[in-house]
Ligand binder design. Structure first.
Ligand code: PMP
Length: 410
């Protein structure tokens, strides 16, 4: 079969692959705990359901403008004003099938072949692949001080005349790190000065803990939106736990939105009018939905950190947001159990029936990403099982489902 070189070079999405593996095991009746998955477990907000149901029952389900319905855009304008203190026009907005497509459209629209995009490790798995898919070159910058917080000096050292964009995701998937206000201010200033696009992946920006707030990026720029290099990506997936509705959007200068509009019109035409209605319902409905999710994740974060801190050899930084943490499992990697995080994740799935995501995928070998989007019971049982599988100080017997298992490999 003839497959293009480019398509062949694109990696499988490891998180989706692991989810599939877990689903198959569950189907076989195995009591798998999925700490790999990146989605909240709530039901969709009622306002989203009612709004899409009204559209469906009206029966008038047709194309929308490629960049989204005027009424959804109105809701996004209000959202942007409330959360970013920025007034944008409908022409500054383009709605896509999830933040994923928004990001892909941006990269497709701004990169020439061989242009470079700076990606800050630990980073979301899809960024480098998306950059490659439009013939760009991902340049991964890892903080040299071993923290999860990027440093301007490292970024400046990686910038070349080919650098077209820097992607910033705060709070961050996979580390949960919330980047400081000073950093956001500095990177905005740097990008505006150097005419490098600053792609703010703000998909988790309201899932922030400890009374903090994600610094709203426009505050640090004195440029008019039309001449600014800031592009903000957002969506309903994490904000309202509406991952299956596939609605995301970009706020950008009008000229760029026009180009992305052409790209989208020639590829997907538009996102579904039913799902746009759902997103509008969520955005205009009661926002306590978001606060309830956030509070739940903060509580879960406290539980998982407490559990991990009593785990011999594991080091973990307390996340400032999201529903992920990225503990350092290097103490358990160069051993008889696993040489790397991928092997370790496979080992944990096989022995303990817990899904985790290897840190290698995020540019952090020796780490595992654990999601705490599940229930408290799932979190405590999941960590107990991982401890049993790895930590010789933990009891060597455990019940997984109704099977009593004995650890005989340590
Ligand atoms: N950006 C980041 C950092 C993410 O973690 C995700 C989802 N895992 C996305 C974008 C994509 O979100 P969506 O469901 O809106 O496509």
């Amino acid at each position: 079969m003839s497959i293009s070189q480019l398509a062949r070079s694109i990696a499988e999405s490891p998180t989706l692959a692991l989810n599939e593996e877990a689903r198959l095991l569950r189907e076989k009746g195995e009591p798998v705990i999925n700490m790999g998955i990146g989605e909240p477990k709530n039901k969709a907000p009622i306002t989203a359901i009612l709004s899409s149901a009204a559209r469906l029952s009206g029966g008038d389900i047709k194309y929308t403008p490629p960049d989204g319905t005027p009424s959804l855009k109105k809701a996004i304008i209000r959202y942007t004003e409330e959360n970013y203190d920025k007034l944008v026009a409908p022409e500054n907005i383009i709605v896509s099938a999830g933040a994923k497509q928004s990001l892909y459209n941006i990269l497709y629209s701004i990169l020439n072949p061989q242009d470079e995009v700076i990606i800050l490790a630990p980073h979301w798995v899809s960024y480098p692949e998306m950059v490659k898919m439009v013939y760009g070159i991902p340049v991964i910058v890892t903080p040299e001080d071993g923290t999860f917080h990027p440093r301007m000096e490292d970024i400046k050292g990686a910038v070349s005349s080919y650098t077209k964009a820097i992607i910033v995701n705060s709070p961050n998937n996979p580390s949960g790190e919330l980047f400081s206000e000073e950093f956001i201010a500095e990177i905005v200033d740097f990008c505006e000065q150097r005419k490098i696009y600053l792609i703010m992946d703000d998909i988790y920006h309201k899932l922030v803990f400890d009374g903090r707030r994600a610094p709203p990026v426009y505050r640090y720029s004195d440029k008019d939106l039309e001449s600014s290099m800031i592009l903000v990506v957002n969506g309903v997936s994490k904000l309202y736990g509406m991952t299956g509705f596939r609605i995301g959007w970009v706020i950008a200068p009008r000229k760029l939105v026009q180009v992305m509009n052409n790209v989208q019109a020639q590829t997907t035409s538009c996102t579904s009018i039913v799902l746009q209605a759902a997103a509008e319902g969520a955005l205009t409905g009661l926002q306590s939905v978001v606060e309830n999710l956030r509070l739940g994740f903060e509580n879960n974060r406290n539980v998982i950190i407490q559990e991990l801190r009593s785990f011999t050899g594991i080091r973990v930084k307390q996340p400032g947001g999201t529903f992920y943490c990225l503990p350092d499992f290097r103490a358990y990697c160069p051993s008889s159990i696993a040489q790397d995080s991928e092997q370790l994740a496979r080992f944990l799935l096989k022995k303990a029936l817990v899904v985790t995501v290897p840190g290698k995928e995020f540019g952090m070998e020796g780490y595992l990403r654990l999601s705490y989007a599940g229930t408290i019971k799932e979190i405590t049982t999941g960590i107990e099982r991982i401890k049993w599988a790895l930590d010789p100080n933990s009891p060597n017997e455990i019940y997984i489902g109704d099977r009593k298992l004995i650890r005989d490999w340590l």
